[in-house]
Design a protein around this ligand. Structure first.
Ligand code: GTP
Ligand code: MG
Length: 336
């Protein structure tokens, strides 16, 4: 495959007057390393940061965070792309089919590269099943909804099931052992371990440039178990932020898709309607490009709701989980 411009420069414009974070007014080296540890590696990521997140993750006041983001924007001069350049970048976006046409349409044609897609919902809602399907579908040729690609799977709950991959691969006409061979599984045993595994990914991609999908199932389970109580929330959010920004950078740099799953918790303040909310607070919502909320629907179906998408309308899609994988719901009396 031809090398894309962004791969050589890691997305940094050569004409860009580079200033280090520590050189920004009012920052200095101590705060700079705190900011970097929070996942904002350079001026650009800081310039595009949400001041509220910066305030939480670095434990600085909101006015200070706002000032820092403003000066990063100034320093970055917030380069503009021409419409044509932008179109070119978007042209390299590829998509992986989910197996359900309705779900693909909801996502604008499948799970996009250069983006993080987050799926949250209660236990058994199908978050992991979509991950299995994507890890198989990414291996299909583009005309079958894949990228001839391989996958990395970070398993934080011990729920990776080789049998399920084999079953889905067979249903797609793939060699089941080969399909398993093309997925690299990293079992994370602690949140720090999870961070280390994500750090390892560029090395894995160097060895296997066909990697086009990263799954993290699930993103918050270990963090949730380890950080109990509000006292350590800022610390937790900072680490989550680091992982998410690293994943987004990988998605951009290698034109790959990132799919993460997330648990839900009950919101005690909601009296009517659906009282569930994704774990992890605002941080994930700000970084993930696509958020899908999954719930169980009628007759064993699943309903996916697109929440917070940059360019697509909010909407819902129904799908089914069958022995052969994710499919559309077959409506009675309706021809396909
Ligand atoms: P947690 O990880 O527990 O939070 O849930 P999850 O959202 O990851 O759920 P998961 O994706 O594991 O979905 C499990 C559900 O998928 C099961 O309850 C079944 O309804 C369905 N499922 C899994 N395997 C099969 C299968 O082989 N055949 C069929 N028909 N359904 C399956
Ligand atoms: Mg699961």
């Amino acid at each position: 495959m031809a090398k894309k411009e962004g791969e050589e420069t890691e997305g940094i414009d050569e004409n860009f007057e580079y200033t280090d974070i520590k050189d920004l007014p009012g920052v200095g080296s101590t705060l700079a390393s705190k900011i970097k540890n929070a996942g904002y590696a350079d001026i650009i990521s800081l310039a595009t940061a949400n001041p509220m997140d910066l305030s939480t993750t670095c434990e600085i006041g909101e006015p200070t965070a706002k000032k820092i983001v403003a000066s990063a924007r100034e320093a970055a001069k917030m380069n503009f792309l021409t419409g044509l350049e932008f179109e070119d970048k978007r042209k390299s976006v590829q998509r992986i089919d989910t197996g359900s046409k309705a779900l693909d349409i909801l996502l604008g044609g499948g799970v996009e590269t250069q983006a993080i897609t987050e799926c949250y919902g209660e236990y058994g809602s199908g978050k992991s099943q979509i991950a299995f399907q994507l890890a198989v579908n990414v291996q299909l040729p583009p005309d079958k909804g894949g990228m001839n690609g391989h996958a990395i799977w970070i398993d934080t709950e011990g729920t990776f099931r080789p049998n399920r991959v084999e079953q889905l691969a067979k249903a797609k006409g793939l060699d089941s052992k080969e399909a398993l061979q093309n997925i690299k599984i990293g079992r994370a045993y602690s949140s720090d371990h999870q961070i280390l595994l994500v750090d390892k990914i560029p090395e894995l991609i160097n060895k296997d440039p066909k990697i086009k999908l990263i799954v993290v199932d699930s993103m918050m389970a270990l963090f949730r178990a380890e950080y109990i109580g509000r006292g350590t929330l800022a610390d937790r959010q900072q680490k989550v932020n680091v992982i998410l920004h690293n994943l987004q950078r990988l998605a951009d740099r290698f034109n790959l898709s990132v799919y993460i799953t997330n648990q839900v918790m009950a919101r005690p303040d909601v009296m009517f309607g659906d009282p569930t909310i994704a774990v992890g607070g605002h941080i994930i919502g700000h970084v993930a490009t696509y958020r899908i909320y999954l719930r169980k629907g009628k007759k064993g179906s699943r309903v996916a709701k697109l929440v917070d998408s940059p360019s697509l309308p909010e909407g819902e899609a129904s799908f089914q989980i069958t022995a052969d994988g994710i499919t559309d719901v077959e409506e009675e009396g309706k021809k396909k």
